[in-house]
Write a protein that binds this ligand. Structure first.
Ligand SMILES: NC(=O)c1ccc[n+]([C@@H]2O[C@H](COP(=O)([O-])OP(=O)(O)OC[C@H]3O[C@@H](n4cnc5c(N)ncnc54)[C@H](O)[C@@H]3O)[C@@H](O)[C@H]2O)c1
Length: 351
């Protein structure tokens, strides 16, 4: 099927992920953002109004509080659900699971985010790996930021016939920038209490064939996550071949120390300078000049913008569930084009 119709999308929870999903939906030619729902009554939802998004309270009481704050909500979540083909739930961990009976009662398709467990939808999504298996389903879960990066990169190596097994160490940002006055660690590193950490098994909810083990540590910064990987290949290979395989994902992009991008903050600055909304880095940014191959082993490091990486996946999940586009590659192309994902982060010199 191909996009002569438009799908109407609601976003429940207008926070870090929800506001980015809302903007990304509004940027697609084949989708309409029907509205956003939340419990907040401050500047955060005020911005949604300023952008012209229809605002809804999570309940009638929240709508009343919004009205008192001069935010002119249209109604409550039930009213929003009457207007949509699909809802993307971006409320905090576990809140989304509690909303599911409400979506099911009304027969509205829904997407939850990575804070929820696989079991709440029975399907976990990552566009380049398993788009086809989500077609026409009533629900899916877009896996978390770290898991999305793991599945994207390992799927690219698997498609090239190079992946035997992968072992990764994840340095996880302490909290999100907008709420870093409320919490987050300082002057220490906090290892996750178990090895393996949960991201490896989580990647297997998308692709059970992946032989992947992860270890994780929380670090005192808020910009993004940083991953180090050691991958056993199926055979002896070369740097060039592994780079080409990773580049097979349209959402892996290469960066270089040597080109002035040695750190997380410099890559974020580049996103700001490129005018990306919220400085979003949607791609997994792999350091090309660090990647090395010894015999049948590959070693590389990459940056994951936890606030942005799941946004293109969520857009593709909307097309898959609603069957707005049955060809995963075509959906990925449309999403990439609308969000300015070109496979390159450093602009080509012109002229
Ligand atoms: N922050 C990240 O880096 C990140 C990355 C990938 C996935 N996720 C996942 O995305 C989901 C959302 O996380 P987030 O970081 O955007 O959270 P957030 O706290 O930034 O935003 C949540 C929003 O939901 C609103 N909300 C709270 N209760 C609500 C309710 N009952 N009804 C409607 N709205 C309600 C809050 O006011 C807030 O605006 C979680 O599953 C999380 O695990 C987060």
């Amino acid at each position: 099927m191909n996009g002569s119709r438009e799908v109407r999308v609601g976003v429940n929870g207008y926070g870090v992920i929800g506001k980015r999903v809302a903007d990304a939906v509004a940027a697609q030619e084949d989708m309409v953002l029907a509205g956003v729902a939340d419990v907040a009554t401050d500047w955060r939802v005020g911005v949604a109004r300023r952008k012209g998004y229809a605002l809804y309270g999570a309940t009638a009481e929240h709508a009343a509080a919004m009205r008192s704050a001069g935010l002119e909500p249209v109604g409550d979540l039930d009213d929003l659900l009457d207007e949509v083909d699909i809802v993307v739930d971006c409320t905090p961990k576990k809140v989304a699971a509690g909303n599911i009976p409400r979506y099911r009662e009304r027969g509205v398709r829904f997407i939850v985010q990575g804070g929820e467990k696989h079991e709440v939808t029975g399907h976990s999504f990552s566009a380049e790996n398993n788009y086809a298996s989500a077609l026409g389903r009533d629900a899916t879960r877009v896996v978390s930021c770290n898991t999305t990066s793991v599945v994207r990169t390992l799927t690219a190596l698997k498609r090239a016939g190079l992946l035997r097994r992968a072992r990764g160490t994840l340095l996880r940002r302490a909290t999100d920038p907008w709420e870093s006055h409320l919490g987050g660690i300082m002057n220490t590193l906090l290892p996750e209490p178990t090895i393996p950490s949960h991201q490896g098994p989580d990647a297997q909810t998308v692709d059970p064939e992946l032989d992947v083990v992860t270890m994780a540590v929380k670090v005192p910064e808020t910009i993004a996550h940083l991953h180090y990987w050691a991958v056993q290949l199926t055979r002896e290979s070369s740097r060039e071949e592994v780079l080409e395989a990773l580049g097979g994902s349209t959402r892996v992009a290469f960066i270089e120390h040597g080109a002035g991008l040695p750190a997380l903050n410099s890559v974020k600055e580049l996103m700001a300078d490129l005018g990306r909304p919220h400085d979003n880095l949607y791609e997994v940014a792999v350091w090309e000049d660090m990647l090395s191959v010894r015999g049948d082993e590959a070693f590389y490091a990459y940056m994951v913008d936890n606030q942005a990486i799941v946004i293109p996946e969520t857009i593709d999940a909307i097309r898959a569930l609603t069957e707005l586009e049955t060809d995963g590659a075509a959906s990925i192309r449309k999403t990439n084009e609308a969000l300015g994902i070109t496979g390159r982060l450093v602009p080509e010199p012109t002229g």
